[in-house]
Design a protein around this ligand. Structure first.
Ligand code: PLP
Length: 481
């Protein structure tokens, strides 16, 4: 931010907080406290970032007050001309940014974007005399008998996605999620020795299972994916390839992932969140080829309520930012920093799932330290290092306690951290892990949750973090009065 913009943001936020405090001072207080906490901690949560003041401010307007169910020029509410403008600009930026044929910017979150994509694939692919009904512009015209027929035809379809403990997301067919209930699902994993995707095994599973939907993408896989290969597999078995790029959309937008690593030219449908490495507001998008566009457009009202117009406006601002040259530099730095972080761990003898990274995240296996992921996460938090615990492949501690912690570089890269700082971050984390012991249960056994962090370590780590954080302030120049 330039000095002028910092001054403007400082006064805008200070005044906004005054207005909020006049109604509910505790919310103004919590908002100030959140900024102070975010400024003072090492944020390594792989799915988080810091959106720009322009993106954040765009969300705080009267667009929040407008209902606009439907699509541009075809709304179920009157007076949507300005929402039409906002949605059209956001979709245009998204198409240009990702080189997509079609962009749908209404989903409220990543989960919603995946629901829209599932619906779209079912409506588009499952052939039958009811197809026109499934794609009806006005779903209110469908009778109970139509719905009965739709349920019979649309149910019982097959989905193949990456398993949760290999790094997939729960919306990719995990049993407790609706995706695991509405589809017959099977999962592909990673090689037990290397932790890497084995495309021959994915292909063999797809040949045997013959899914309607093949889902690629991940939340905790620290490597790139060859989407050209995934498309070959999908084509061979007649599946639709859906890629969920929620985590790495920033690396696609910033042209770090190109060719076979860019999902957009290879997938039929691509979904994403907008708030992780892409650094926009919280929300989702769906990109699709022209053939899927009509069914994606039925997202609202089929599985979504009224679009969040203020968030669509903020998506437009974030996409405009991501189209600037500087975003490419940012995205490359995110990937370079992840490599520095991984090397920092490896030189200090710490185990990493797959032995490294080539995207924005690192998955540390903490078993060697005699800890669960939960203990590691809590001990690190005590030292001001914010991470989240995560399963490792075939995790002996299950999905609750886990044996890993997942770390990502997008947020601290936004603050300006580079190679040396990420090496220091690895050092700080190793300091905490090697000075933490498991606690004991009430019955005297070894706890999987409680821990004992040696005296002085948290202070030492906080002091070293503060030196780096002070050098790279969050929202530099933004002062709240
Ligand atoms: N898809 C993937 C791959 C994710 O990692 C996530 C969130 O963590 C989601 C979807 C869901 O996003 P949201 O939390 O916005 O619903």
């Amino acid at each position: 931010m330039t000095d002028d913009l910092s001054r403007l943001s400082s006064s805008a936020y200070s005044q906004a907080l005054e207005v909020i405090a006049s109604v509910e001072p505790r919310i103004a207080e919590a908002t100030r406290a959140e900024l102070a906490d975010q400024r003072a901690s090492l944020k390594l949560i792989a799915s988080e970032n810091y959106a720009s003041p322009a993106v954040l401010m765009t969300m705080g307007t009267w667009f929040s007050d407008k209902y606009a169910e439907g699509t541009v020029g075809h709304r179920f509410y009157a007076g949507c001309q300005n929402v039409d403008t906002v949605e059209s600009i956001a979709a245009e930026h998204a198409r240009e940014l990702f080189g997509a044929e079609y962009a749908y910017v209404q989903p409220h979150s990543g989960i919603d974007a995946n629901l829209v994509a599932f619906w779209s694939i079912l409506a588009h692919r499952v052939e039958g005399p009811w197809l026109e009904k499934a794609q009806a512009k006005n779903v209110n015209e469908l009778t109970d008998a139509d719905w009965e027929e739709l349920r019979r035809e649309l149910g019982n379809q097959r989905l193949l996605g990456m398993s949760l403990d290999a790094g997939g997301h729960l919306t990719h067919g995990f049993r407790p999620n609706i995706s695991g209930k509405m589809f017959h699902q099977q999962q592909y994993g990673t090689d037990p020795e290397t932790g890497l995707l084995d495309y021959d095994k994915v292909a063999a599973k797809a040949r045997e299972f013959r899914p309607l939907v093949l889902v690629a993408g991940y939340s905790a896989y620290p490597r790139r994916v060859d989407f050209a290969k995934m498309r070959e597999i999908a084509d061979e078995v007649g599946a639709t390839l859906m890629v969920d790029m929620a985590h790495f959309a920033g690396l696609v937008a910033g042209k770090v992932f190109t060719g076979d690593e860019d999902p957009v030219p290879h997938a039929h449908i691509v979904t994403s969140t907008t708030h992780k490495s892409l650094r926009g507001p919280r929300g989702g998008i769906v990109l699709a080829t022209e053939e899927y566009a009509p069914s994606v457009d039925r997202g609202c009202p089929m599985v979504l309520g009224g679009p969040l117009s203020h968030v669509m406006a903020a998506k437009a601002v974030a996409f405009a930012e991501a189209r600037q040259d500087s975003f490419r530099g940012y995205a490359q730095q995110v990937a370079d920093n992840a490599k520095s972080l991984a090397e920092g761990f490896l030189t200090r003898g710490t185990d990493l799932v797959t032995g490294g990274t080539d995207n924005h995240l690192v998955l540390v296996d903490v078993s060697k330290y005699g800890l669960t992921g939960r203990q590691a996460e809590s001990a690190l938090l005590e030292a001001g290092v914010v991470t989240n615990r995560n399963s490792v492949p075939a995790d002996p501690n299950g999905a609750w306690y886990t044996s890993g912690i997942r770390l990502g570089t997008p947020a601290l890269t936004t603050r300006g951290f580079g190679h040396d700082e990420f090496d220091t971050v690895a050092d700080l984390i190793v300091d905490v892990l090697s000075n933490t012991q498991p606690g004991t249960t009430k019955a005297g056994g070894q706890s999987k949750a409680s821990f004992v962090l040696a005296d002085g370590v948290a202070d030492r780590v906080r002091a070293r973090s503060a030196e780096m954080l002070d050098k790279h302030p969050l929202y530099p120049g933004l002062e709240l009065s």
